[in-house]
Design a protein around this ligand. Structure first.
Ligand code: AKB
Length: 328
């Protein structure tokens, strides 16, 4: 006879593959998915040969998302239900390697969309970004639907990717879901190559030396979010009933919005001794083309999104947890 109460993991015994698991989002996403679905159900994949210590509690495979045949063979054999495709070059690095950024950010997406079209994957998560907006977009409380003329190669690739996602949903019924991430702030894994990275770096320097030189000027307000909120949003969107996911390009998502000066003040309040100076570099022009704040009412209405972290809570949590030995 069947037991009356089935354990949670038995009921939701799905297999999940996270490609690009070694990055800032990937690491924390894998850990949270493993808590929910079981360690062995969530496969971390990354281009790096070996797995980071943080991800050693479950399966890991080396995977280059540009090696299409290998990705296809793996997915067809392993049959993951959900695939999170996170491998990408972020805004600042992409400006230095535009050809490779376009290749990496687009080709992997096509491979995964095609596999879903063939019925090999049930659901896809693909991250977009506030970088899809550009200097002609209204900058305050940027609407879900508005002018989108990105000026960075990263933004262009993300906007093109959004259009492809929506096309595969409309044309082939591919269940693809996406969020336009703001700058993400976390302490488990360092960000790499983004324009919003200052908002993570600052905590390591504040704790180690009490000073920081920001590569954005003091007035650069940008949409930001604490990683715990971003991971929860991602999983909530992926677990939402299909009919609630009305936007198949990508959802605006808002959490916080602050300038380097606001962040420095909040750190000063929390820590006492802290000084910031400003030396804007090429990333300033990227920040200047992005929104100050985002309207995320569609995400709130469609699948119930609510942020939890405010600036004070985020600063407190970061100062308590950043490990300064990670700073070279
Ligand atoms: C970046 O700065 O490139 C990213 C992003 C906003 O997508 N953090």
């Amino acid at each position: 006879m069947f037991p009356l109460f089935l354990p949670f993991n038995f009921i939701v015994m799905k297999k999940v593959l996270v490609i690009g698991a070694g990055g800032q989002i990937g690491t924390e996403l894998v850990l949270e998915l493993r808590k929910r679905f079981g360690n062995n159900q969530v496969i971390a994949a990354d281009v790096k040969e070996t797995c980071s210590e943080a991800l050693s509690n479950g399966p890991y495979i080396q995977m280059d998302v540009l090696d299409k045949e290998n990705v296809r063979e793996y997915i067809i054999n392993e049959k993951p239900d959900d695939v999170y495709l996170l491998a990408a070059l972020l805004s600042a690095t992409a400006e230095k390697h535009p050809d490779f950024a376009w290749k990496l950010n687009m080709e992997g997406l096509f491979t995964i969309l095609e596999l879903a079209k063939e019925g090999q994957i049930k659901k896809i998560f693909w991250p977009s970004s506030i970088a899809v907006f550009g200097p002609t977009t209204p900058r305050d409380n940027t609407p879900q639907y508005t002018v989108m003329e990105p000026t960075t190669i990263y933004g262009i690739s993300k906007l093109a990717g959004e259009r492809w996602c929506e096309y595969y949903f409309n044309k082939y019924g591919v269940d693809v879901r996406s969020i336009r991430y703001p700058g993400l702030i976390s302490y488990t894994s360092l960000p790499g190559g983004g324009t919003t990275d200052y908002a993570v770096d600052i905590f390591y320097h504040a704790k180690k030396t009490g000073t920081y030189t920001s590569f954005l000027n003091e007035e650069s307000a940008l949409p930001m979010m604490y990683m715990e909120d971003a991971i929860r949003a991602t999983i909530e969107l992926m677990e939402a009933p299909k009919e609630n996911v009305k936007i198949r390009s990508s959802y605006n998502l808002a959490g916080l919005s602050f300038t380097p000066a606001d962040l420095a003040n909040a750190i000063q309040k929390e820590q006492g001794n802290f000084e910031i100076t400003y030396a804007p570099d090429f990333r300033q022009a990227i920040a200047d083309s992005w929104p100050n704040s985002i309207d995320d009412s569609a995400a709130k209405n469609d699948w119930g999104w609510r942020e939890k972290y405010d600036l004070h809570q985020m600063v407190k949590t970061m100062l308590e947890n950043v490990d300064i030995s990670k700073l070279n």
